[in-house]
Ligand binder design. Sequence first.
Ligand code: SF4
Ligand code: SF4
Length: 374
Amino acid sequence: MGIRLIRHPVLANYYLTYRCNAACSFCDIWEKPSPYVTPESVERNLRDLRRLGVRIIDFTGGEPLLHRHLPRFLEMAQRMGFLTTVTTNGLLYPKRAYELRGKVDMLHFSLDAASAQKHDALRGGVPCFAFVQESLKIASRLGEKPDILFTVTPENWNEIEEVYRKFVAPYKLILILNPIFAYNAVGTSLLPAEALHALERWGRRPDVYLNTAFLRLRATGGNQTIRPVCRASTATVVISPEDRLLLPCYHAHEAGYSFPIEGRLYDLYRSQYVRHLQKLEGRWRFCEGCVINCYMEPSFAVEISPYFWSSLPSTLCYAWRKWGLLGSLRLLGRPLKGWGREQAQRLRRWFSFPPKKKGAGFRPAPAEVPLSMS
Ligand code: SF4
Ligand code: SF4
């Protein structure tokens, strides 16, 4: 579609578990049985993600705060030089806020309406609203700067104003507007025209983050399989709670592929098999019309295209508003620090032991899910 700027993956969507203590109407993940990732596999995979060039780790779920080792994973990731991000429904934040303090670079609280009645109804009747309110107070006392993540649906778009007035402005936070998307017969991508216009207006405010390329993509009918904009498989790495690499993306992996990682993520990701599947990103039958934000955002960032230019101002504005110039430079420098530490460790290892030979002819274990391309 455009000129590729960055050839390596930039983001890892690391699913710690699919379990969730809410049951949102626009999500089906909470219905899946799921294990929790193990600390050993996380440590090994983070090392390989560094080697692959990933910069941001999104520890996600399910509800990531259900994982008791989350603070340890975040610390590990920051030490290795990654930026970290976590989105929570707030139910466990009041209990775990102290352990998480300073460990999440982009912490998001989900809040989709200004009243308990409406927000909790969207969250499957689970009383999240009161916990988000409490979480905001605690985060503010701890000096944390969470963002409010508002999933915009046809039912709640007219609540943006009130959420902004009651929760964003008083705490001087950033409001992230996340237009709903459809997948696996869950949710809808259709927002009424007046909602899209309202989003456009909101996106112009400095303390509101809306990637305007999302709206542009919707206006042009979403991803086209003939000329795809989606770079889900090459701009992101998706890891499941079962320690499997999912392709082409989480939302479509059940119709795609899933490979056991078994401690060899780097080799697996660069194997012929995966490379072949990566060439199909955005070209699968189910990719037609797709507007899944989680993958479109990194896709827009790695390639120069009209979407890249639409995304750039909102991304820069977010960084400016959240961290300022010095803070942004400090965060940009973190991967270099992590890299320096790794090189020092490598040198230490090299002087203590003979270097290991790299395994040749790596073959991933067979995928369990059949290829289903029309
Ligand atoms: S809180 Fe998040 S993971 Fe849990 S059901 Fe809602 S959208 Fe899904
Ligand atoms: S177009 Fe959508 S469904 Fe297809 S790989 Fe990309 S994100 Fe997944």
